[in-house]
Design a protein. Structure first.
Length: 298
């Protein structure tokens, strides 16, 4: 358990604002960061979950190269969001989601010391579907506990937009407060759920009655905000692999009937603790800078 805590601290350190990768200077740097982090998580997780007889170096390397491949797919998924943002084209959202989900699944498999494609998952709000490909093909549905709670909290305060949700592949809510040009709130994300300001809704329909050039800016800005928040959901999902670090202690808890029943129908997002470590109001951190990098024209 002490080793797991030390790894968590290491990964937190990699995501701190002082880390140079937080300020991407090029697509090459951005790609390297995703590949390296995916490899690190995959390698460390594989070692944590290895059999006693397995060799440390060989196990780490296998986990690392699988995680690196997953990291590259995550990078390409984020790149598709960037294309959608700068081209104001929502048709990129679902392909981006599928590519990213595949990459995230591969890193999760690497960290669990499984085959690269042994288990592929897809999330949609608080819903998670796992596709098992090893031995016998089967599907498994579970509820993401933290995403469900955040979705309920948003639903009590904001308006759920089903059209935008199916267009983006992310649960979208709108703040119904009257639009104020001086209001700096544009959007926020919490555990796979996104809230957008009323301004984003108005920009969508050009109800602000601006000139054509101003409406064009409004549309670009709206796609930037949506892309930025979608990237946050991708960042959140890509940390699911960290949950694999807890596989061994959780197996012991599964012997308890209540815990076993819970694990059967719910997926606990322990990664939420790490992801919420940052104060997202502070723009000078890795998470915010990366979301900007993949959602604005560069």
């Amino acid at each position: 358990m002490k080793k797991i805590i030390l790894v968590f601290i290491l990964i937190i350190n990699l995501l701190t604002p002082t880390h140079t990768a937080a300020q991407y200077g090029s697509k090459l740097e951005a790609g390297f960061s995703n590949v390296a982090l995916g490899g690190l998580v995959g390698g460390v997780g594989a070692v944590i979950n290895k059999k006693k007889s397995a060799k440390f170096g060989k196990t780490f390397w296998k986990g690392f190269y699988k995680g690196a491949i997953g990291g590259y797919l995550i990078y390409e998924g984020k790149n598709l969001i960037h294309k959608g943002s700068i081209n104001t084209n929502s048709n990129y959202y679902w392909p981006a989601k599928l590519v990213h989900a595949t990459g995230s699944s591969i890193i999760e498999n690497a960290a669990a010391n499984r085959g690269m494609l042994a288990q592929i998952h897809l999330t949609f709000g608080f819903n998670r579907i796992d596709c098992y490909t090893k031995k016998k093909f089967k599907l498994r549905y579970r509820i993401l506990s933290s995403s469900l709670l955040s979705g309920i909290s948003y639903a009590l305060k904001y308006h759920f937009d089903i059209k935008e949700t199916f267009k983006t592949g992310v649960f979208i809510f709108y703040d119904n407060k009257d639009f104020n040009i001086n209001n700096r709130f544009h959007g926020m994300e919490l555990s796979n759920n996104v809230v957008l300001s009323k301004a984003m809704k108005l920009f969508q329909s050009n109800n602000l009655h601006y000139s054509p050039s101003q409406n064009r800016f409004g549309s670009l800005f709206r796609f930037h905000v949506i892309g930025h928040e979608i990237i946050h959901t991708y960042q959140y999902e890509s940390t699911f692999a960290l949950n694999m670090f807890l596989n061994k202690p959780l197996k012991k808890l599964n012997k308890i009937k209540v815990v076993n029943w819970y694990q059967k129908y719910f997926y606990t997002e322990y990664n939420a603790v790490l992801f919420r470590f940052y104060n997202t109001k502070n723009r000078n951190n890795f998470i915010e800078k990366e979301a900007d990098f993949y959602s604005i024209n560069r």
